[in-house]
Design a protein around this ligand. Structure first.
Ligand SMILES: NC(=O)c1ccc[n+]([C@@H]2O[C@H](COP(=O)([O-])OP(=O)(O)OC[C@H]3O[C@@H](n4cnc5c(N)ncnc54)[C@H](O)[C@@H]3O)[C@@H](O)[C@H]2O)c1
Length: 389
């Protein structure tokens, strides 16, 4: 079988990892790498010793000049549609990183282009491919839990330390944490509930990453640098250094003083059809990273965490507690998900598998994030009817 030809667009943290892993595959050829910072594209092509791979700083000229079957999009959240839509119009298969986009309007533009293209988009909600969550979904679908009543999801993430000095801190670039971070978990709530969301109520606050008068705007100029637990390393990794040298933000922005318009801890509740009620807790100040899930129905409850290798199933009649082993390689990132999501995309391109998440599914977690943002801002419950899903 001939190799699948791909172009990879957006090679920062996630995209450079993608180039490195795809470059090792014998069934795929990377024909082009593209980034607005073209030096990033050139650097990663050289690092991976890709010969014959062309570099670009814009998707338009790339599509005009390079042969490819698929475009993999790992640009920042508010810059997915500007790459996905032209790629679909050019007839390519598309892998789009989560979240689909940051506004309902741009999500709908992707859905329309995907429809016109005959359904060629695979959305990278990789947690659907994490063995723990895939097993929870199987158990729900088997009927073992009965009718669902409540879903609880928690995320504790040590990543505030990077988010508040990166684009993730800005609603304009990432939609705020209810989208750039929570869309993963809103997607899980929606997938597990198997029902339409009706209403969202959320509270969020920022109490840790708030301005400190005694700190400077960059660590290198800060008199607290030596003792600050959140200081940036003096040396930036190569790709970050390229961004800095190309006029992007400095790598050592102060986590406290860099302007941000999102939160560092929040709780959202979602009411779904069939009276399924869900909560999600997001805390990015925590000194550790893990996700926990508990889904309860009329016949049983399943619970577990992303870092675990077993789930616990509590049965109601007759009462029993069963350990459910999960076959997972925790050495693979995102709870074992990332290898499977990539393999599944290439199987989709070959016509051998269906995506677990398409654009028409992926707009819902974005709109849940928009509703949580609005609810947090206005201190009111927000009806999902406003998004016309
Ligand atoms: N699924 C996951 O678990 C997971 C994990 C990390 C990141 N992500 C997602 O991956 C995406 C990238 O995140 P990141 O942390 O790597 O960001 P990043 O800022 O490190 O890299 C993004 C790159 O995209 C480039 N870019 C932006 N718009 C562009 C355009 N129109 N054309 C060409 N290049 C463009 C930027 O110059 C930058 O180099 C985001 O959508 C993020 O939410 C997903």
């Amino acid at each position: 079988m001939s190799k699948i030809k791909v172009a990879i667009v957006g090679v920062g943290g996630r995209g450079s990892w993608l180039v490195e892993t795809v470059a090792k595959r014998s069934d795929v050829e990377i024909t082009a790498v593209c980034d607005r910072y073209i030096r990033r594209a050139a650097y990663i092509v050289q690092q991976c010793q890709l010969t014959g791979t062309r570099v670009f700083d814009d998707i338009g000229p790339l599509l005009a000049a390079v042969e490819c079957d698929a475009v993999m999009v790992t640009t920042t959240d508010a810059h997915h549609a500007e790459v996905v839509v032209p790629a679909l119009k050019a007839g390519k298969f598309v892998f789009c990183e989560k979240p689909l986009e940051t506004t309902a309007r741009k999500c709908k533009a992707i859905i329309a282009a995907d429809h016109q293209a005959g359904g060629k988009t695979f959305v990278g909600f990789n947690l659907r491919y994490a063995p723990v969550y895939a097993r929870v979904k199987q158990i729900i679908d088997s009927g073992a839990l009965g009718d669902l009543l409540t879903i609880q999801a928690d995320e504790f993430y040590d990543g505030g330390r990077t988010y508040f000095r990166r684009w993730n801190r800005s609603r304009a670039e990432g939609g705020g944490l209810w989208i750039t971070k929570a869309s993963h978990d809103f997607d899980l709530l929606y997938w597990f509930a198997g029902a339409k969301p009706l209403e969202v109520q959320a509270m969020a606050a920022k109490t840790y990453y708030v301005p400190k008068a005694e700190a400077a705007m960059q660590c290198r100029h800060c008199r607290l640098e030596a003792t600050c637990p959140d200081r940036a390393p003096r040396e930036a990794p190569a790709l970050v250094q390229i961004r800095e040298e190309s006029g992007g933000e400095p790598h050592d922005l102060c986590l406290y003083n860099a302007p941000s318009d999102t939160f560092d801890h929040g709780i959202a509740t979602v009411a779904f059809e069939r009276s399924i009620l869900a909560t999600y807790t997001c805390n990015v100040v925590a000194g550790f990273s893990d996700r926990r899930i508990r889904v309860a129905g009329t016949k049983g409850t399943i619970e577990g965490c992303l870092s675990g290798t077993t789930l616990t199933l509590y049965k109601r009649d007759p009462s029993a507690c069963i350990q459910v082993p999960v076959d997972v390689d925790l050495g693979i990132s995102h709870g074992g998900a990332d290898a499977d999501v990539q393999e599944s995309f290439f199987r989709f391109v070959r016509g051998e598998a269906e995506p677990k998440c398409r654009p028409a599914d992926a707009i819902t977690p974005v709109c849940l994030g928009l509703a949580a943002t609005l609810s947090g801002d206005t201190h009111r419950a927000v009806s999902m009817a406003r998004y016309r899903l």
